[in-house]
Ligand binder design. Structure first.
Ligand code: GDP
Length: 453
């Protein structure tokens, strides 16, 4: 996600590290680098212009600060401006006072709407809602079946037209007709007391008038509380025009960025919020139902600047841990105290539960430089770490310092590894412990990536 942009920006900042003061020429050179990095990442030209203009102006007027050196000040400015173009703050889903709330999904075919419908349904169900999915995408032959599969996985019922009559051209009032299906879905949600209705609609490969008219008809029929425009972050330069067309055609209320996992450029993502003035509310980061995040502009900005995204990390950890464990862990991260090998092991096990190890590690501060290593990351490594820690006595886990040569040999033998594996683990643990302390010292703000700027 944003790998190239992230690498380009962080290397730009590295060039500033040695500067005691920044001259206007330094700032201009930096701004030029940033402009190129953004353009190469497919960020829309007007957005780039506004962004670099704001960064330049603020960088020129920064006060000499005792707390931050010039490089850090520039990072902070770029961070603030990134947060701003990503929409500032997360806007939560607006639900109706009188249920059912209606959420309609719109976007091009293949954008990830149907997948997103399942993700959102699962997310809402986890929050105690009782969603109903409606299959109003009758354009694609398999769309209804696909939504049914997704609904089943999410544990959420699907309201669909009768099988065998899925809109292959013929229109059967109330069923073959997507507007009718949406309307019936709403009636069903009311009758069955679902508090949220999620309406999946058809897309086309490109924007066309008929598609927009159908989406607008569905909108008028179900009066959504939210219309979420789902956009594939990989479509590059077309993103802005597509978003604009949907803004004009259906007047969406929020954006969902999909396929952020597969994307090296990602500029679409950075342009859409500021071009349309609608907030990015969610991000979709993979094909699995759990590859879904509430979008937080500040967290995304710090991920792009490789300052890590510890908050998202903690949130995902909370899901995998039980609540008590998670609270203890969050407390430990906040205080920087007593982060022990047992905690480390617990974290590792939780990470294993969390599915994508790589994604988790990618959120840790300073991991940008290790991206290549991450791509070769082997989840079996966790099993090895687990075996090593399990071969330690409780005292050794609490106080790794006492692990001398003979203890090391015993642990290695017990875990089927070598003494140097044991050492390697202890070094990594020491690194993690140090990171926790740094985080605690910077008031929970994950800035260790800037520590050596
Ligand atoms: P729709 O036509 O808008 O309903 O799009 P689909 O939900 O059918 O998604 C199109 C394809 O993209 C499917 O193969 C999905 O599995 C895939 N897809 C959807 N969201 C994501 C995502 O966030 N990441 C990745 N890698 N693939 C996705």
């Amino acid at each position: 996600m944003f790998a190239t942009l992230s690498d380009r920006l962080t290397s730009t900042f590295k060039n500033l590290r040695t500067k005691g003061r920044l001259s206007e020429a330094d700032i201009d050179a930096t701004v030029r680098e940033i402009r190129r990095a953004l353009l190469d990442a497919d960020v829309a030209v007007p957005v780039v212009r506004a962004f670099t203009g704001a960064v330049r102006e603020r960088a020129l007027s920064v006060e000499v600060s005792g707390a931050l050196n010039p490089a850090q000040q520039v990072v902070k400015i770029v961070n603030d401006e990134l947060v701003a173009i990503l929409g500032g703050e997360n806007r939560p889903l607006r639900l109706a006072k009188n249920p059912p709330s209606v959420i309609m999904l719109a976007g091009l075919q293949g954008a990830g709407k149907t997948t997103l419908a399942g993700k959102l349904a699962l997310h809402l169900r986890e929050q105690g809602h009782t969603p109903l999915l409606v299959a109003a995408d009758l354009q694609r032959p398999n769309a209804v079946t696909q939504l049914q599969i997704v609904g089943e996985r999410a544990g959420v019922p699907v309201f669909a037209p009768h099988p065998g009559n899925q809109g292959h051209g013929e229109v059967d009032p109330g069923f073959g007709d997507p507007v009718g299906v949406a309307r019936e879905g709403l009636a069903a949600a009311k009758a069955r007391q679902h508090d949220v209705l999620i309406v999946d609609t058809a897309g086309r490969l490109g924007v066309d008038a008929e598609l927009m008219a159908q989406a607008a008809d569905i909108r008028d029929a179900v009066q959504p509380d939210e219309i979420l425009f789902v956009i594939d972050a990989m479509i590059g330069q077309d993103a802005v025009a597509t978003a604009q067309a949907f803004a004009d055609g259906v007047d969406f209320t929020g954006v969902v960025l999909s396929k952020l996992d597969g994307d090296a450029r990602g500029g679409a993502a950075l342009s859409v919020a500021s071009v349309t003035g609608r907030p990015i509310m969610y991000a979709s980061t993979g094909e699995k139902l759990t590859d879904f995040e509430v979008f937080h502009p500040d967290r995304m900005a710090s991920r792009i600047l490789d300052m890590g995204d510890v908050l998202t990390l903690i949130e995902q950890a909370e899901k995998a841990f039980d609540a008590d464990q998670a609270e203890a862990m969050a407390g430990k991260i906040a205080s920087g105290e007593d982060f022990t090998l047992e905690d480390f092991l617990q974290q590792m096990q939780a990470m294993k539960n969390m599915g994508s190890m790589k994604k988790m590690l990618g959120m840790l501060p300073g991991m940008g430089q290790m991206r290549e290593a991450l791509d070769n990351f082997d989840e079996r490594e966790v099993d090895r770490i687990e075996a090593i820690i399990r071969s330690m006595t409780p005292a050794e886990r609490r106080t790794p310092k006492i692990i001398n040569g003979s203890r090391r040999a015993r642990i290695a033998a017990g875990s089927g590894t070598s003494p140097s594996d044991v050492n390697g683990l202890l070094e990594r643990f020491a690194g993690a412990q140090k990171m926790m302390r740094q985080m605690a010292r910077s008031g929970g703000m994950p800035m260790p990536g800037m520590g050596n700027l």
